[in-house]
Design a protein around this ligand. Sequence first.
Ligand code: IFM
Length: 463
Amino acid sequence: MTSHDFPRFPEGFTFGAATASYQIEGAHDADGRGPSIWDTYCREPGRVLNGDTGDVACDHYHRYREDVALLADLGVDSYRFSVAWPRIQPTGTGPANAAGLDFYERLVDELLAADIAPAATLYHWDLPQALEDRGGWRVRETAERFAEYTALVVERLGDRVDRWITLNEPYCTAFVGYAIGRHAPGTREGRGALAAAHHLLVGHGLAVRALRAAGAQEIGITLNPDRLLPATDTDADRAAVRRAETLHNAVWLDPLFAGRYPEHEAETWGELADGSYRRDGDLDLIGEPLDFVGVNYYRPTTVADAPHTDPDPATRTAVDVRAAESMRDDVRRTTMGWPVVPDTFTDLLVDLVRRYPTLPPVIITENGSAEADTVAADGRVHDTDRVAYLHDHLTALAAAIEAGVDVRGYYVWSLLDNFEWAYGYDRRFGIVRVDYDTLERLPKDSYRWYRSMIENHRKESHP
Ligand code: IFM
């Protein structure tokens, strides 16, 4: 691939790389950090592939300087990381644990010294276990605690962090965590999942208010909207797509950007959608104006109707819509089994703006691929499939911008190979390889490709 193949982006476009606390930090009991739901989940037999845990991960907690040096060499404008709530409040309530905040302050200062803008996510799935023990996201109290935690973080870092993301992919927290049970806390309860979805949005709204009150500049939420395609052109499959649309997309996008609860929720959830967890005024809270919406995009989902296999209506829908997914078999897949169809990235973004005309500017907060990387005889990782994936998705993103979508930035997922949740260390998303025995970092060909892309963008913006 030559520099002529690099897609073009508008002047001022931000390039970055992303990670998340539990996936890279390790140091699970250092400096007063309390246990999170992922520490608990990883210790339950059979939950995570190979019994992997985040205890050590990439040991970023101790090696953050080396990782910031990699970011500096990569030439990114910004780095997206997440703050681990249990480092700040080991039991999810009460005063801040100063040592936890100190770590993020060291990281932020290191980034600023390298001229890299920090972008902080406040919740990337590591809920303090003590809060889960009191009901987790099923209860409203967790949303209130989240706002208090947010205030503690912004009070310490607000003078140096401009970009704030309240939640990462609340779909995964609510439905993968509480309905499908493949993420912590690993339960299968439809009603609990719906209450969790609502309380996550309430927590988001309260956190936005806390951030604004502290003078934060740029505030957003990261969603993982799905591009959903019917397996066949039958009424049954189109209805399945509608249910999946509600589950994956409308449950978040409608209250955030259209001032309403999802239109088709009764069709999707039946008697579960009774809204008993909603209060007057919640839509105003959830709809607090945002400066951007973060979009994580990896692959489209093909949906087919499937018989409801779970007799319990409380778990049925979220589980069965998932079961109804049938993957396309005419395209390459990554090691996650995810189909690679880059033009669906363009379609998703164009469609989002069409459906939600008041959508704020978009920032792509994650995109990348897990591949079967190996270290070659020359000591390098020639991850050509990942390079092609990034090239093709960035090209699709440039096409969306060309079509009028206001996209301001792109963060590759991920800077480092890391703990891929239920898949443990088996799936590698990094543009830098991590040797989990020695913790050595080795930039892959995709790292060099991304660096050249950024360099080329700068040259073209400032010839
Ligand atoms: O690793 C995850 C990340 O934590 C959230 N978005 C999807 C990534 C790949 O599965």
